[in-house]
Write a protein that binds this ligand. Sequence first.
Ligand SMILES: [Zn+2]
Ligand SMILES: [Zn+2]
Length: 820
Amino acid sequence: MKQALPKKFNIFEVEEKWQKKWEEMGVYRFDRDDKTRPTFSIDTPPPYPSGEFHMGLVLNWTYFDIVARYKRMSGYNVYFPQGWDCHGLPTEVEVEKLHRIKKTDLPPDQFRMLCEKLVGKNIGAMKKAITNLGCSIDWTTEYKTMDPDYWRRTQLSFVLLHKKGFIYRGTHPVNWCPRCETAIADAEVEYETRTAQLHCINFELGDDGFLTVATTRPELIPACVTVAVNPQDERYRRYVGKKIRVPTTNRTVEVITDDLVDQEFGTGVVMICTYGDKADVKSVAKHKLPVITCVNEKGRMTQNAGKYVGMTTEEAKKAIIEDLKKEGLLEKIEPTNQEVSVCWRCHTPIEILEKEQWFMKTRILSSQVEKNALEIRWYPDYMKHRLIDWAKSLEWDWVISRQRVFATPIPIWYCKKCNEIILAEPNWLPIDPRIENPKIDKCPNCGSKEFKPERDVLDTWFDSSITCAVHAGWPDREDWKRLFPADVHPSGVDIIRTWAYYLMVRHLALFNEKPYKSCLINGMVLGTDGRSMHKSFGNYVASQEVFSKYGADATRQWVAGGGATGSDIPFRWPDVEYGWRFLIKLWNAARFVCTQLKDYEPKENVKYSLQPLDKWISSKAEKLTKKVTDALETCQFNIAMEEIRNFTWHVFCDCYIEAVKDRVYKPDFYGKEKREAVQRTLYTVLYRILQLLAPITPHVTEEIYQIMYAEEKSHKSVHLCPWPTPDEKHVDEEAEKRGDLIMAVITEVRREKAEKRMPLNTQIKKLTIYAGGKDMAEMIVEGRDDISGTCKVADIEVLSKKGDGREIKDYSDIRFFAEY
Ligand SMILES: [Zn+2]
Ligand SMILES: [Zn+2]
């Protein structure tokens, strides 16, 4: 070994250097022409370019980068693409703020350009963070969903699904965010428990008194279409079929029965409004009730609300309560806990509005979703139920149209005269109907030559739910099925119902095939105080702060070792620091090894005279290989991390290296062969450690590999070295038994010195060991050189009989006596 490892180890320089070199060397390129190795494709989720690569993404990306690196070393031709899911409302809002405009102030294409510029800047920052984390992405695959070339694919998928009958336009109740002013899908609705006021309001029954209705939303009274009671409820049976006046209006409605009414809730009398919640939607369909819309897209009261028109729902609520009080119809108000449906982006309570929208038929696929979810592998396994339960719980189809600007346009026009729907042909794509006309002369239905564009755009999830096919090369590459379905789809536990679900239904509908063979789920990152990490909680840590303090290899150890895959992982500075200290330990051990190997030439087919401890560590390294391989095969990163770190730190550094130092320092005393045996063992075991660690700490392992092993191993990177195959044949239980005993003796003698406050290199004039049996004595004699060398013993005597002295831990029959 000609080169030495420098004493000073600057992880930041090392990481930056290799990130640059890997890219120049093309270490992580997918080789399309290689038909010999099996492929392994990762469905990297294109992140939303918010500009910040937060710790949650660090967790996510580290997981599948470990998988990518492990698979690459295991002989796979790994396809690890990276894209950006650009469209979406937050960018629109930020552009409006930045330029002090409203999106309607500019033509859509000009507003779009401003959005694209902002997204481009944000992508730059996030790309830097992914690079700093050391992800082994093939950057030649980079794409953006806002590029027309990606639109083409999104629009093509729309056209094909339309032709297959999966897409329809219809007027249905949809979830509507009045702040974002757009329809949103069920998956974008979250539930929050809030305290609310339950209002008990008297609805008059002509001259027959009144019924008391309990509601948390009196502002919806103008939209009340019926009052319902449970058919089993004796209290109200005689009122069924009677007319009842809707307070604050001149309308009367009929009292009906509905077995969905909970007799125990409030008074047992409910008003059905269009729409207060999903239950109202069901009742309207069931009883064929009319629809009175009293809240508009902006969350303000409509003409149908009479005198309350123009008010916000909050204002209307106050005004209606005042009016009810005046009329003497407000019985009482009491506090209650209520589950409120809110928009997941802005947490505004949603309204349910009846709107004409585009939908994708997703519920007809639910049984197929379940079948496929059961067939694919989940890490961890129980996560599959999240997907299945979600698919089964859906009551509505997926509303895919949005009322926004910065999104993929829907490739549709309408005939101005007869309203015929004109669907784009695949060869027109990409196309923006708001700018271009359909490429036909006249309406196929009525012959009119005038068209109006669809101004609605597609849900961002419609872009990102075809990535498995797009990554594989669809629709341009004939051989795209070679990489489809993806081998693994990684996802956060919080987006199974969106990302994993939409991918599943879209690919099933388009190709009648599941999109991925396995699903790797990560939990959430919790803040330093154990609560979920959030800027407003004061427990937020930015990834760049962690990188700049300890570097990527330490951060990645926190991810890998933080907890079981799929569970929430708390962010802890001490964990990252521990990772950092481990790197220094590894570096110093490698430096020692490197120094001892100056005159070592690795040779195959040489019979080394391996001593018990050499065989012992080699056998343990084999067992470790098996454990780490098994753990990585099943994505149990924390087990892999723990095993390899314990072995390196405690078994290799603290035990083996300490125990063989004397042997390697003094060939004249012990003989050249015994020194060569140590050199051989250090060389092979350190190499094994580097191989096993490479997926988790890619930078430090590369640096050591390049200095110490690259020349002999002739792989241009440690990340292209073959993964070591665990081989039971190399496990030597007998050698481990002997080595364990010798190590126990050494450890106990050193412990005694420490207890007596003696330096570890204090000479022992004579060490007498009572082995308590012939077999044990023989084993100790075999390790005599290493014991006396390490413990600085001048004269060692091993007796097979039992005797007095200090007991050796875990070997109650063996005792020793040291004379200093
Ligand atoms: Zn919203
Ligand atoms: Zn027409």
